[in-house]
Design a binder for this molecule. Structure first.
Ligand SMILES: [Zn+2]
Ligand SMILES: [Zn+2]
Length: 407
Protein backbone atom coordinates (compact mmCIF):
# COMPACT_ATOMS: atom_id res chain seq x y z
CA UNK A 1 0.00 0.00 0.00
CA UNK A 2 1.41 3.42 -0.87
CA UNK A 3 1.75 5.93 1.86
CA UNK A 4 0.73 9.54 2.22
CA UNK A 5 4.37 10.28 2.98
CA UNK A 6 5.97 8.43 0.11
CA UNK A 7 8.28 5.48 0.37
CA UNK A 8 11.71 5.09 1.88
CA UNK A 9 13.18 4.01 -1.40
CA UNK A 10 14.61 0.72 -0.07
CA UNK A 11 12.92 -2.47 1.03
CA UNK A 12 12.59 -2.79 4.80
CA UNK A 13 14.62 -5.36 6.68
CA UNK A 14 11.50 -7.06 8.01
CA UNK A 15 8.18 -7.51 6.26
CA UNK A 16 4.80 -8.91 7.25
CA UNK A 17 5.86 -12.45 6.35
CA UNK A 18 8.74 -12.21 8.89
CA UNK A 19 6.47 -11.20 11.76
CA UNK A 20 3.69 -13.66 10.86
CA UNK A 21 5.48 -16.57 12.53
CA UNK A 22 5.50 -14.65 15.83
CA UNK A 23 1.98 -13.22 15.65
CA UNK A 24 0.41 -16.07 17.61
CA UNK A 25 2.96 -15.63 20.41
CA UNK A 26 2.53 -11.86 20.47
CA UNK A 27 -1.24 -12.23 20.92
CA UNK A 28 -0.84 -14.99 23.50
CA UNK A 29 1.53 -12.89 25.62
CA UNK A 30 -0.77 -9.93 25.35
CA UNK A 31 -3.75 -11.97 26.56
CA UNK A 32 -1.78 -13.43 29.45
CA UNK A 33 -0.73 -9.95 30.65
CA UNK A 34 -4.23 -8.64 30.05
CA UNK A 35 -5.75 -11.31 32.30
CA UNK A 36 -3.29 -10.56 35.12
CA UNK A 37 -2.88 -6.76 35.13
CA UNK A 38 -0.70 -5.04 37.71
CA UNK A 39 -0.78 -1.45 38.94
CA UNK A 40 2.08 1.05 38.77
CA UNK A 41 5.31 -0.15 40.43
CA UNK A 42 3.71 -3.52 41.15
CA UNK A 43 4.47 -5.09 37.76
CA UNK A 44 6.25 -8.09 39.32
CA UNK A 45 4.66 -10.89 37.28
CA UNK A 46 4.77 -8.86 34.08
CA UNK A 47 8.46 -8.06 34.64
CA UNK A 48 9.17 -11.72 35.33
CA UNK A 49 7.40 -12.80 32.15
CA UNK A 50 9.36 -10.19 30.17
CA UNK A 51 12.71 -11.24 31.66
CA UNK A 52 12.03 -14.93 31.03
CA UNK A 53 11.01 -14.31 27.43
CA UNK A 54 14.07 -12.17 26.75
CA UNK A 55 16.35 -14.85 28.22
CA UNK A 56 14.83 -17.52 25.99
CA UNK A 57 15.69 -15.23 23.07
CA UNK A 58 19.31 -15.11 24.28
CA UNK A 59 19.07 -11.42 25.07
CA UNK A 60 21.05 -10.09 28.09
CA UNK A 61 18.66 -9.04 30.85
CA UNK A 62 18.88 -6.60 33.75
CA UNK A 63 15.99 -6.57 36.21
CA UNK A 64 14.81 -4.17 38.93
CA UNK A 65 15.79 -1.10 36.93
CA UNK A 66 13.87 1.87 38.33
CA UNK A 67 11.71 -0.38 40.48
CA UNK A 68 10.15 -3.21 38.49
CA UNK A 69 11.72 -2.19 35.17
CA UNK A 70 13.54 -4.62 32.89
CA UNK A 71 16.26 -3.81 30.36
CA UNK A 72 17.24 -6.22 27.60
CA UNK A 73 20.35 -5.75 25.45
CA UNK A 74 20.76 -7.41 22.09
CA UNK A 75 24.09 -7.10 20.31
CA UNK A 76 24.08 -7.16 16.55
CA UNK A 77 26.73 -8.90 14.51
CA UNK A 78 28.24 -5.63 13.32
CA UNK A 79 29.07 -2.26 14.86
CA UNK A 80 26.51 0.50 14.81
CA UNK A 81 24.26 2.72 16.91
CA UNK A 82 22.51 1.87 20.15
CA UNK A 83 18.76 2.05 19.64
CA UNK A 84 16.39 1.89 22.61
CA UNK A 85 12.77 0.75 22.29
CA UNK A 86 10.46 1.38 25.22
CA UNK A 87 7.25 -0.27 26.39
CA UNK A 88 5.38 0.64 29.58
CA UNK A 89 3.91 -2.20 31.64
CA UNK A 90 1.37 -0.90 34.15
CA UNK A 91 -2.42 -1.18 34.25
CA UNK A 92 -5.09 1.14 35.65
CA UNK A 93 -7.41 1.02 38.68
CA UNK A 94 -10.53 0.24 36.60
CA UNK A 95 -12.85 -2.78 36.62
CA UNK A 96 -12.99 -4.27 33.13
CA UNK A 97 -16.33 -4.17 31.33
CA UNK A 98 -15.44 -6.19 28.24
CA UNK A 99 -16.41 -9.81 27.92
CA UNK A 100 -13.43 -11.54 26.35
CA UNK A 101 -12.02 -14.95 27.37
CA UNK A 102 -8.90 -13.22 28.71
CA UNK A 103 -10.83 -10.60 30.71
CA UNK A 104 -8.96 -9.24 33.75
CA UNK A 105 -9.02 -11.73 36.59
CA UNK A 106 -8.30 -8.91 39.02
CA UNK A 107 -11.38 -6.85 39.88
CA UNK A 108 -10.55 -3.16 39.99
CA UNK A 109 -7.48 -3.50 37.77
CA UNK A 110 -7.49 -3.40 33.99
CA UNK A 111 -5.12 -2.84 31.10
CA UNK A 112 -7.33 -0.01 29.87
CA UNK A 113 -4.48 1.99 28.32
CA UNK A 114 -3.15 -0.91 26.25
CA UNK A 115 0.22 -1.24 27.99
CA UNK A 116 -0.30 -5.03 27.78
CA UNK A 117 -0.07 -4.63 23.99
CA UNK A 118 3.03 -2.44 24.32
CA UNK A 119 4.81 -5.21 26.23
CA UNK A 120 3.76 -7.90 23.77
CA UNK A 121 4.57 -5.81 20.67
CA UNK A 122 8.04 -5.03 22.03
CA UNK A 123 8.61 -8.70 22.85
CA UNK A 124 7.49 -9.44 19.28
CA UNK A 125 10.14 -7.01 18.01
CA UNK A 126 12.68 -8.77 20.26
CA UNK A 127 11.74 -12.13 18.68
CA UNK A 128 12.26 -10.72 15.20
CA UNK A 129 15.52 -8.94 16.00
CA UNK A 130 16.93 -11.87 17.93
CA UNK A 131 16.25 -14.23 15.05
CA UNK A 132 17.96 -11.90 12.59
CA UNK A 133 20.78 -10.67 14.84
CA UNK A 134 23.36 -11.79 12.28
CA UNK A 135 22.34 -8.94 9.98
CA UNK A 136 21.79 -6.41 12.76
CA UNK A 137 24.20 -3.51 13.14
CA UNK A 138 24.69 -1.89 16.55
CA UNK A 139 22.77 -2.80 19.66
CA UNK A 140 19.13 -2.75 20.66
CA UNK A 141 18.05 -1.89 24.18
CA UNK A 142 14.61 -3.03 25.22
CA UNK A 143 13.25 -0.78 27.96
CA UNK A 144 10.29 -2.26 29.84
CA UNK A 145 9.18 0.58 32.04
CA UNK A 146 7.09 0.51 35.19
CA UNK A 147 4.42 3.00 36.18
CA UNK A 148 3.82 5.25 33.20
CA UNK A 149 0.41 5.99 34.69
CA UNK A 150 1.98 7.37 37.90
CA UNK A 151 2.33 10.83 36.31
CA UNK A 152 5.25 12.91 37.60
CA UNK A 153 6.52 10.02 39.69
CA UNK A 154 6.33 7.62 36.74
CA UNK A 155 8.91 4.96 35.94
CA UNK A 156 10.92 6.72 33.22
CA UNK A 157 12.89 8.86 35.67
CA UNK A 158 13.95 6.09 38.06
CA UNK A 159 14.93 3.94 35.05
CA UNK A 160 17.11 6.74 33.71
CA UNK A 161 18.52 7.33 37.21
CA UNK A 162 19.40 3.63 37.31
CA UNK A 163 21.40 4.05 34.11
CA UNK A 164 18.95 2.67 31.54
CA UNK A 165 20.14 5.15 28.92
CA UNK A 166 23.86 4.50 29.54
CA UNK A 167 26.22 1.51 29.24
CA UNK A 168 25.92 1.38 26.32
CA UNK A 169 24.82 4.96 25.78
CA UNK A 170 21.61 5.20 23.76
CA UNK A 171 21.84 7.04 20.43
CA UNK A 172 18.14 6.89 19.50
CA UNK A 173 15.01 6.10 21.47
CA UNK A 174 11.54 5.14 20.28
CA UNK A 175 8.22 4.55 21.99
CA UNK A 176 4.92 3.23 20.68
CA UNK A 177 1.42 3.70 22.11
CA UNK A 178 -1.79 2.06 21.03
CA UNK A 179 -4.74 4.42 20.43
CA UNK A 180 -8.41 3.51 20.63
CA UNK A 181 -9.30 6.84 19.06
CA UNK A 182 -7.44 6.27 15.80
CA UNK A 183 -8.27 3.84 12.96
CA UNK A 184 -6.80 0.34 12.98
CA UNK A 185 -3.57 -0.08 11.04
CA UNK A 186 -2.78 3.65 11.06
CA UNK A 187 0.48 4.98 12.50
CA UNK A 188 0.35 8.53 13.80
CA UNK A 189 3.14 10.89 14.69
CA UNK A 190 4.38 14.39 14.21
CA UNK A 191 7.63 16.25 14.23
CA UNK A 192 8.29 18.52 17.22
CA UNK A 193 5.98 18.79 20.23
CA UNK A 194 3.57 15.83 20.24
CA UNK A 195 2.26 15.63 23.80
CA UNK A 196 1.84 18.26 26.49
CA UNK A 197 3.66 18.91 29.74
CA UNK A 198 1.35 18.12 32.65
CA UNK A 199 1.40 20.17 35.84
CA UNK A 200 -0.70 19.00 38.76
CA UNK A 201 -1.62 21.42 41.50
CA UNK A 202 -3.57 21.59 44.75
CA UNK A 203 -5.28 24.61 46.20
CA UNK A 204 -6.31 24.79 49.83
CA UNK A 205 -8.78 27.58 50.49
CA UNK A 206 -8.82 28.49 54.14
CA UNK A 207 -11.95 30.25 55.39
CA UNK A 208 -13.64 30.42 58.78
CA UNK A 209 -16.36 27.95 59.70
CA UNK A 210 -19.75 28.99 61.02
CA UNK A 211 -23.51 28.59 60.74
CA UNK A 212 -25.07 28.56 57.30
CA UNK A 213 -27.61 31.18 58.42
CA UNK A 214 -24.93 33.75 59.31
CA UNK A 215 -22.35 33.73 56.50
CA UNK A 216 -21.30 37.29 57.36
CA UNK A 217 -19.79 35.98 60.58
CA UNK A 218 -17.88 33.27 58.71
CA UNK A 219 -15.59 33.13 55.69
CA UNK A 220 -17.20 30.65 53.31
CA UNK A 221 -14.57 28.51 51.49
CA UNK A 222 -17.27 26.81 49.35
CA UNK A 223 -18.35 30.14 47.89
CA UNK A 224 -14.73 31.23 47.45
CA UNK A 225 -13.89 27.93 45.69
CA UNK A 226 -16.63 28.59 43.17
CA UNK A 227 -15.15 32.02 42.40
CA UNK A 228 -11.65 30.59 42.13
CA UNK A 229 -12.70 27.80 39.75
CA UNK A 230 -14.43 30.32 37.51
CA UNK A 231 -11.63 32.88 37.68
CA UNK A 232 -8.94 30.31 36.86
CA UNK A 233 -10.38 29.84 33.38
CA UNK A 234 -9.44 33.48 32.85
CA UNK A 235 -5.78 32.42 33.01
CA UNK A 236 -6.37 30.48 29.80
CA UNK A 237 -8.69 32.98 28.10
CA UNK A 238 -7.25 36.31 29.25
CA UNK A 239 -3.71 35.95 30.53
CA UNK A 240 -1.80 33.48 28.34
CA UNK A 241 -1.04 34.04 24.64
CA UNK A 242 -4.01 32.66 22.69
CA UNK A 243 -1.70 31.25 20.03
CA UNK A 244 -0.24 28.81 22.54
CA UNK A 245 -2.17 25.65 23.43
CA UNK A 246 -3.14 25.39 27.08
CA UNK A 247 -5.78 23.52 29.08
CA UNK A 248 -6.68 24.00 32.71
CA UNK A 249 -9.08 21.64 34.46
CA UNK A 250 -10.13 21.39 38.08
CA UNK A 251 -10.86 17.71 38.64
CA UNK A 252 -11.64 17.64 42.33
CA UNK A 253 -13.26 19.86 45.00
CA UNK A 254 -13.83 18.71 48.55
CA UNK A 255 -15.38 20.66 51.37
CA UNK A 256 -17.99 20.49 54.09
CA UNK A 257 -20.20 17.92 55.75
CA UNK A 258 -23.76 19.27 56.11
CA UNK A 259 -26.07 21.76 54.46
CA UNK A 260 -26.15 24.35 57.26
CA UNK A 261 -22.51 24.31 58.29
CA UNK A 262 -20.03 26.63 56.65
CA UNK A 263 -16.82 24.59 56.66
CA UNK A 264 -13.37 25.82 57.58
CA UNK A 265 -11.69 25.01 54.31
CA UNK A 266 -11.96 23.58 50.80
CA UNK A 267 -9.46 21.57 48.80
CA UNK A 268 -9.17 21.66 45.03
CA UNK A 269 -7.02 19.68 42.61
CA UNK A 270 -6.34 20.51 39.01
CA UNK A 271 -4.08 20.02 36.03
CA UNK A 272 -2.54 22.36 33.48
CA UNK A 273 -1.35 21.15 30.06
CA UNK A 274 0.98 23.29 27.95
CA UNK A 275 3.38 22.88 25.03
CA UNK A 276 6.24 25.20 25.80
CA UNK A 277 8.21 26.17 28.86
CA UNK A 278 7.37 29.88 28.69
CA UNK A 279 3.60 29.30 28.64
CA UNK A 280 4.03 26.64 31.27
CA UNK A 281 5.85 29.00 33.66
CA UNK A 282 3.32 31.78 33.05
CA UNK A 283 0.33 29.46 33.57
CA UNK A 284 1.69 28.22 36.89
CA UNK A 285 2.46 31.73 38.10
CA UNK A 286 -0.98 33.08 37.15
CA UNK A 287 -2.86 30.14 38.66
CA UNK A 288 -1.23 30.83 42.01
CA UNK A 289 -1.73 34.58 41.68
CA UNK A 290 -5.43 34.35 40.72
CA UNK A 291 -6.29 31.73 43.35
CA UNK A 292 -4.65 33.79 46.08
CA UNK A 293 -5.99 37.18 45.08
CA UNK A 294 -9.57 36.03 44.46
CA UNK A 295 -9.54 34.28 47.84
CA UNK A 296 -8.14 37.26 49.71
CA UNK A 297 -10.78 39.48 48.12
CA UNK A 298 -13.33 37.46 50.07
CA UNK A 299 -11.26 37.33 53.29
CA UNK A 300 -10.09 33.76 52.70
CA UNK A 301 -6.55 32.53 52.18
CA UNK A 302 -5.35 30.25 49.41
CA UNK A 303 -2.32 27.99 49.53
CA UNK A 304 -1.25 26.77 46.11
CA UNK A 305 1.10 23.86 45.66
CA UNK A 306 2.46 22.40 42.41
CA UNK A 307 3.81 18.87 42.21
CA UNK A 308 7.56 19.31 41.91
CA UNK A 309 8.31 16.39 39.59
CA UNK A 310 6.03 16.75 36.58
CA UNK A 311 7.70 15.97 33.30
CA UNK A 312 8.39 17.97 30.13
CA UNK A 313 6.69 18.25 26.72
CA UNK A 314 7.14 15.14 24.53
CA UNK A 315 9.19 16.47 21.62
CA UNK A 316 9.94 14.31 18.57
CA UNK A 317 13.27 15.11 16.96
CA UNK A 318 12.50 16.56 13.48
CA UNK A 319 15.34 14.80 11.61
CA UNK A 320 14.65 11.45 13.24
CA UNK A 321 10.89 11.82 12.78
CA UNK A 322 11.27 12.44 9.07
CA UNK A 323 13.12 9.15 8.76
CA UNK A 324 10.65 7.33 11.01
CA UNK A 325 7.78 8.52 8.81
CA UNK A 326 9.55 7.12 5.74
CA UNK A 327 10.16 3.77 7.44
CA UNK A 328 6.62 3.40 8.81
CA UNK A 329 5.29 4.45 5.42
CA UNK A 330 6.81 1.30 3.93
CA UNK A 331 5.03 -1.19 6.17
CA UNK A 332 2.45 -2.92 3.97
CA UNK A 333 -1.12 -2.97 5.24
CA UNK A 334 -0.67 0.26 7.19
CA UNK A 335 -0.77 3.97 6.54
CA UNK A 336 1.00 6.80 8.28
CA UNK A 337 -0.89 9.93 9.25
CA UNK A 338 0.35 13.20 10.68
CA UNK A 339 -0.88 13.43 14.29
CA UNK A 340 -2.24 16.62 15.80
CA UNK A 341 -0.70 17.71 19.11
CA UNK A 342 -2.26 15.89 22.06
CA UNK A 343 -3.03 17.53 25.40
CA UNK A 344 -2.35 14.21 27.13
CA UNK A 345 1.14 13.64 28.50
CA UNK A 346 3.77 10.88 28.56
CA UNK A 347 6.84 10.37 30.67
CA UNK A 348 8.51 9.00 27.54
CA UNK A 349 9.40 12.70 27.24
CA UNK A 350 12.13 12.05 29.81
CA UNK A 351 13.84 9.52 27.51
CA UNK A 352 13.62 12.03 24.65
CA UNK A 353 15.56 14.48 26.81
CA UNK A 354 18.43 11.97 26.89
CA UNK A 355 18.53 10.93 23.22
CA UNK A 356 16.84 12.03 19.99
CA UNK A 357 13.95 9.85 18.93
CA UNK A 358 10.22 9.73 18.40
CA UNK A 359 7.03 8.66 20.09
CA UNK A 360 4.27 7.40 17.81
CA UNK A 361 0.83 5.85 17.92
CA UNK A 362 -0.78 2.83 16.32
CA UNK A 363 -4.56 3.01 15.91
CA UNK A 364 -6.80 0.17 17.04
CA UNK A 365 -10.26 1.68 16.50
CA UNK A 366 -12.30 -0.85 14.54
CA UNK A 367 -16.12 -0.72 14.77
CA UNK A 368 -16.46 -4.07 12.91
CA UNK A 369 -14.72 -5.77 15.83
CA UNK A 370 -16.37 -3.71 18.56
CA UNK A 371 -13.15 -1.81 19.25
CA UNK A 372 -14.66 1.64 19.63
CA UNK A 373 -13.98 2.92 23.15
CA UNK A 374 -11.03 5.16 23.96
CA UNK A 375 -8.03 4.33 26.15
CA UNK A 376 -8.85 4.50 29.88
CA UNK A 377 -12.45 3.34 29.29
CA UNK A 378 -13.64 0.24 31.17
CA UNK A 379 -14.81 -0.95 27.73
CA UNK A 380 -11.48 -0.38 25.97
CA UNK A 381 -10.95 -3.22 23.51
CA UNK A 382 -7.97 -3.66 21.21
CA UNK A 383 -7.99 -4.87 17.61
CA UNK A 384 -5.31 -7.53 18.04
CA UNK A 385 -4.71 -7.76 14.29
CA UNK A 386 -2.68 -4.54 14.51
CA UNK A 387 -0.17 -5.89 17.03
CA UNK A 388 2.04 -7.48 14.36
CA UNK A 389 2.40 -4.07 12.73
CA UNK A 390 3.53 -2.60 16.02
CA UNK A 391 6.23 -5.26 16.40
CA UNK A 392 7.23 -4.82 12.79
CA UNK A 393 7.56 -1.05 13.15
CA UNK A 394 9.73 -1.31 16.28
CA UNK A 395 11.99 -3.96 14.75
CA UNK A 396 12.47 -1.98 11.55
CA UNK A 397 13.22 1.25 13.45
CA UNK A 398 15.84 -0.57 15.53
CA UNK A 399 17.36 -2.08 12.40
CA UNK A 400 17.43 1.14 10.35
CA UNK A 401 18.64 3.45 13.11
CA UNK A 402 21.23 0.88 14.18
CA UNK A 403 23.08 1.41 10.92
CA UNK A 404 26.16 3.54 11.58
CA UNK A 405 26.58 6.99 10.10
CA UNK A 406 22.99 7.44 9.03
CA UNK A 407 22.40 10.83 10.60
ZN1 LIG B 1 -2.90 5.82 30.07
ZN1 LIG C 1 -0.71 4.70 28.21
Amino acid sequence: MSSFWGGYGLPLAFGVSDVKEFEGQIIKIRRRIHAYPELSYQEYETAQLVAQKLRTLDIAVKTRIGGTGVVGILKGAKKGNVVALRADMDALPITENVNVPFKSKRPGIMHACGHDTHVSMLLGAAMLLSKHRDKLQGQVKFLFQPAEEAGGSGGAKPMIDDGAMNNPKVDYVFGLHISGAEPSNAFLLRSGPLMAAPDSFRIRIIGKGGHGSTPHEAVDPVFVSAQVVTALQGVRSRMVDQREPMVLSIGSIHSGTKENIIPDEARLQGTIRTFNEKTRAQAKKYVAQVAKSVSSGFKAKAEVEFKPDDYPVTVNDPTVTKRVISILGMIPGTRTIEARPIMGAEDFSRFLQKAPGAFYFLGTHNPRKGCVKPNHSSEFKVDEDVLKYGSLSLANLAYEFGKPGQN
